[in-house]
Write a protein that binds this ligand. Structure first.
Ligand code: PMP
Length: 432
């Protein structure tokens, strides 16, 4: 199939009619499907039900250091859970705080504390500056952007590339602008493209020399073990790179088991230099006496070690890889060669990103919705929810069962075709 841009006005009009008829058929099916958020399917959640059996009312709820998990104490989490995450993230247990059930709330809290209390001793809290900014590699994760927007931080878009954020832009901005206090990063299987930062990108992050001494990299390693295939992407260990250069205080690492065990009932962690861990604990102790240690114990007992987690993730992959494959196959058969869409082919994570023709994303998502398929809002992957070119759409293929996913992907492709043809036709007409 040749590119649609070579079709004549009459051919496009003919095609439009055909596509409209197909769309009307879809509408009459009264679909009710949701591809909007990156949630695990219930079959993935079933994989972890055994975790609920590792403890019962006869269990001795003691951690390996003898602490009674039913009681207060251990603000930074159980030693065995710290060890588990340390192994997974390539950190030392002293560099870990195990928090509650959500890494997003740990990130939120980190930003909140930074607004009210100094990040570097002797400096002002971020909130005391007249204006501060955060770099937002985009397309990126909408909830990251929302956290900083909520605190009144100005969001600055940085272009994403398949090797990570455009580091020329990051280095230039960070080294010249003292009001830039941080950057959001999803370094492995990024949300939404599924890109993994290259070794060079990670090294350049570690080597940043920010104008603001209280600049911090928010390194959200949410998909650190979420490979779809045997051969996953490899991410360089940023803490090790920072330690070589003495910049280890510049990075905050986050992760959680939300997409390993149970979403919303897993455990989340902060990884940071020992110096930062001490400061965070001092501030955190005002907020909580400690997080849920019974859940931490459950996770440590169930997974045992990093290999236990990796083995478990293979079971997730067996469910997820066919879903990603299905979407890629559908896109290939319906969209390839038509010059109307490009999409990513991630080896892990939870998303695929599609770029449609400029000015078309919103209408594609609206048409999908009208026919009963909810997609992530167009624009959501950019700061302030505004995609300057209105072309990026995030596909979340994990939640719907295969049959529904197939229908949803088919409808999506149809809507992309229809909206592209409308656009090309309008262009041809206005050029007459
Ligand atoms: N970070 C990223 C990049 C995510 O995609 C998600 C979930 N979609 C989260 C964080 C949320 O993690 P948690 O459940 O640990 O708050």
């Amino acid at each position: 199939m040749s590119s649609y841009s070579f079709l004549s006005k009459d051919e496009l009009a003919e095609l439009q009619k055909e596509l409209q008829a197909k769309y009307a058929k879809f509408k009459s099916m009264n679909l009710k499907l949701d591809m909007s958020r990156g949630k695990p399917g219930s079959d993935q959640l079933d994989l972890c039900m055994g975790m609920l059996d590792v403890l019962d009312s006869n269990s001795i709820l003691k951690s390996q250091n003898g602490l009674d998990c039913r009681n207060y104490g251990m603000l930074d989490g159980l030693p065995e859970t710290k060890e588990l995450f340390a192994e997974l993230l390539g950190l030392r247990p002293e560099q870990i705080i195990v928090g509650g059930n959500s890494s997003l709330s740990l990130m939120y809290d980190m930003v909140a504390r930074s607004m009210t209390h100094p990040t570097v001793e002797g400096m002002k809290p971020w909130g005391k500056y007249e204006k501060i900014k955060f770099l937002c590699p985009a397309p990126g994760y909408d909830r990251h952007f929302a956290v900083t927007e909520f605190f009144g931080v100005e969001l600055v878009t940085v272009p994403m590339t398949p090797a990570g954020p455009d580091m020329d832009v990051v280095e230039e901005l960070v080294s010249s602008d003292e009001t830039i206090k941080g950057i959001w990063c999803v370094p492995k299987y990024s949300n939404p493209q599924g890109y993994t930062y290259s070794d060079e990108t990670v090294r350049r992050f570690a080597a940043l020399r920010p104008a603001a001494k209280d600049f911090r990299i928010f390194w959200d390693n949410a998909y650190c073990v979420h490979d779809l295939y045997e051969e996953g992407d490899k991410l360089l260990n940023i803490m090790e790179e920072c330690e070589k250069l003495g910049s280890e205080d510049m990075v905050y690492i986050f992760a959680s088991t939300s997409k390993i065990s149970f979403s919303g009932a897993g455990v989340a962690v902060i990884g940071a230099s020992e110096h930062n861990i001490a400061r965070i604990k001092k501030q955190m102790t005002i907020q909580t006496i400690g997080y849920d240690k019974i859940n931490m114990l459950r996770h440590a007992l169930y997974f045992k070690n990093a290999d236990g987690v990796r083995a478990h993730m293979k079971k997730h992959a067996a469910i997820l890889a066919p879903k990603f494959q299905l979407v890629d196959d559908m896109f290939t058969s319906h969209l390839e060669g038509k010059g109307i869409a490009k999409w990513t082919k991630p080896k892990g994570g939870y998303f695929i990103a599609v770029d449609v023709l400029p000015g078309c994303a919103k209408r594609v998502v609206a048409l999908c919705k009208e026919a009963g398929v909810i997609m992530t809002s167009a624009g959501a992957t950019f700061p302030y929810g505004k995609d300057p070119e209105d072309r990026n759409i995030r596909i979340a293929p994990t939640y719907p069962p295969m049959e529904e996913l197939k229908q949803a992907a088919e409808l999506f492709c149809l809507c992309v075709e229809l909206v592209s043809v409308e656009k090309l036709l309008a262009e041809k007409t206005s050029n007459e």
